[in-house]
Design a protein around this ligand. Sequence first.
Ligand code: HT7
Ligand code: ZN
Length: 872
Amino acid sequence: EHTIYLKDYSPSAYTIESVVLDVRIAPETTRVRAQLTIVPAANTPRGTPLILDGEDLRLEDIAVDGAPLVQLAYAADENGLTLVEPPNRRFVLETLVAIEPEANTRLMGLYRSNGVWCTQCEPEGFRRITYYLDRPDVLATFKVTMSADEELAPVLLANGNLIDKGSLGDGKHYAVWEDPFPKPSYLFALVAGDLASISDSFTTASGRKVDLAIYCEHGKQDQCHWAMDSLKRSMAWDEKRFDREYDLDVFNIVAVSDFNFGAMENKGLNIFNDKLVFARPETATDADYENIERVIAHEYFHNWTGNRITCRDWFQLCLKEGLTVYRDQEFTSDERSRAVKRISDVMKLRSAQFPEDGGPLAHPARPDNYREINNFYTPTVYDKGAEIVRMLATLLGEDGFKKGMDLYFERHDGEATTIEAFLACFAEANDTDLDQFKTWYEQAGTPRIEINEQFDADAHTYTLTLRQNTPPTPGQPDKAALVVPVRFGLLGPNGAEIGYERVTGAEARDDVIVLDKPEVEVVFHGVANRPVPSLLRGFSAPAILETGLSEQDRLFLARHDSDAFNRWQAIQDIGERLVVASVNGESVSDEATEALTQAMAETLAHETLDDAFKALALNLPDEAQIARAIGKSVDPSAIRASRQSLLKQVFGPLADRLEAKYEALTSEAPYTPDAAQSGRRDLRNRLLSLLATVSTKGPELAHRQYQAAKNMTDRFAALAAATLAWTEEAPSLLAEFRTTYAGDPLVFDKWLAVNARAPDDSVVSRLQAILSDPSFPKNNPNRMRALVGSFAMANPAQFTRPDGAGFRFVTGAVLDMDKRNPQVAARLLTGFRTWPMLEDSRQQAALAALHGLRDSGALSRNTNDILTRILD
Ligand code: HT7
Ligand code: ZN
């Protein structure tokens, strides 16, 4: 199929200055009249055809400057509309198309969710609404008139400011919205429906009063207040941290229940998956609250990084996404615990991005070709993209980074631009060169960093040698050296940082060594004793670090490192090595497990570490992390067995202490979602989950907590603890939960997801039964992701069963979903991205399922693209 290359980019031969839309919304057929003011580019030769994108549109009328077009002057097919010889001057093209939102199950363009008409246009959905130059470098102002039956759709919303509204008689009404900021079509949005709302306001630093509203289905208004609170805090934070103010008089958010993604940053009219809006203590967990806060912030921050400054083409997607993820990470770090946020983000990077980067779907943060852009909304573009921005901040320092951002906002406001232009701002503002740094955007794969150390007691020198190497990825056999900022500290015998006289060798700026060649050497002079090095502090680069440190050194870091990330990492590394050794059949000494038990006991009892940090530390790395550490011929069942048995060995001796702490953390305080209180619940629920596995009392504690819980965080944690340990009570708790929350689709998702993670051998047939129930809402992306996505991504031992039942369950669901919603189907299929790591019999079973899918008939371009790349 057709591949699009970055190197082929050229500006459009025509631009669109302004758009006037008239959208007549009605059940079954909606009609869209568009008046596009079109201008040929300065160098466009006379007679150059104008090719507009269009999909699933029925053309009913077409005119240029008011005169109907004759048959030979245009051609419409399934990809769009061509004007054979458009005027060689500014002109107005008017089209009338009919569309069918009710039949739109792809959830791209205009569709109907739960009775509400809404749109999703990024990346290429606007072409399903009207004929257009549907590319992000065509920026136009929009004026939108919408009309609908007043009873069906009392609420009519679009981008920008409301400038007129009124009645049309006949039960119909209209509203006119105008967005003064030129924008690409992917930021277009409209919503029409019978919606409730809550409202509030925010006054910007310069005194502009902004009306805020969140729209949702009737009866859910009381669940929108946390989202509103998060929005106001986001607006204040962007002013304080980045000097960015909001720029329209209104900011609206709409919650819808059928949505392909998390949320969408349409100018002045963000549309959200309702799971990222609704929260109340009885039905949402602490994690849900934090997610809502994060995504509300993310979409709001896009107003500057994405909307005011947008992408020239879709290859530049991480220009807005990587940067905006970085910004939302910083927001959460400032609002909550920076260390805990960093650890969670790195866990996510390792569990989602590393497998992508090390497998058949690897691609650079800025890809240079694609067949289907929808398949590039990936952890690499988003999360590695954010890591790259974070490295810039590390290398340039806080002030240098701020100067670069300021220049970027000033220079590119109102433009559609590129990664090169972004980097040039940082280079110029800091009078430095970022040419080599740019490789991070262009090269796929996770670099490995190897460390050697040498202490010379006579010369009082300590030498660190750092080597980097990035393994080949599809299409990129040879890798260049990256600029890797390695933040570090050297710990003396008492655990405090040591000083040194001077450094020679490679560049070391304050506490950062810049590893920018295949190998660099740094010599610290005036060092009296061998220090223990703490390297890649705060995870200063998205790399895999191999330090070669002894267990003794790791225990020392676990006890003393002032860098919370590396303290956590040291404990995880010790656990990882134990589990890996046990999976490999090496004997694990009692001494080794006892040392880890001791480190865990100290962490549990520590006076100053916060609860959320302890919750993250008091665990062994998950099964997927162990699989990555092993790297090849992976047997997920063996990993699970070894890990479960080590959990018992390491935490079993602490059972009494875990239980005592669990009881001590009980609280009667009314629920709040703040960091301190949720950290406390995190730790308590972590202890419960450990107890469910290692203590005979665990199952009963889980049962008791389930019944006594006053909020969803505690109830669901108890259900998950019981289910994941597959206690005797698990099936009855699952049944009870299902009945109790039967009316709430978002809680149903939690039930689906936890079912999908159950470790018992009947899990696949249970899931199959759930999915085959005729009442299962198979069109809803949230339901499908909760059931099928959670199974493929979070139940490695059952997904990769050697009999292939797990694989076939997923390919079957993908095939079925592909007919209705290819974007979601393709995403579910990415669960197969790590199949080459598996041991042979599982590889064969995976391949059989994938070949079955390939041979089963016409697949969408989305699913076919993923399948082809996974199998290549
Ligand atoms: N920029 C948004 C991406 C998005 C999206 C992409 C494809 C299909 C549907 C979609 N909905 C939203 C989300 C964001 O990163 O903020
Ligand atoms: Zn985004």
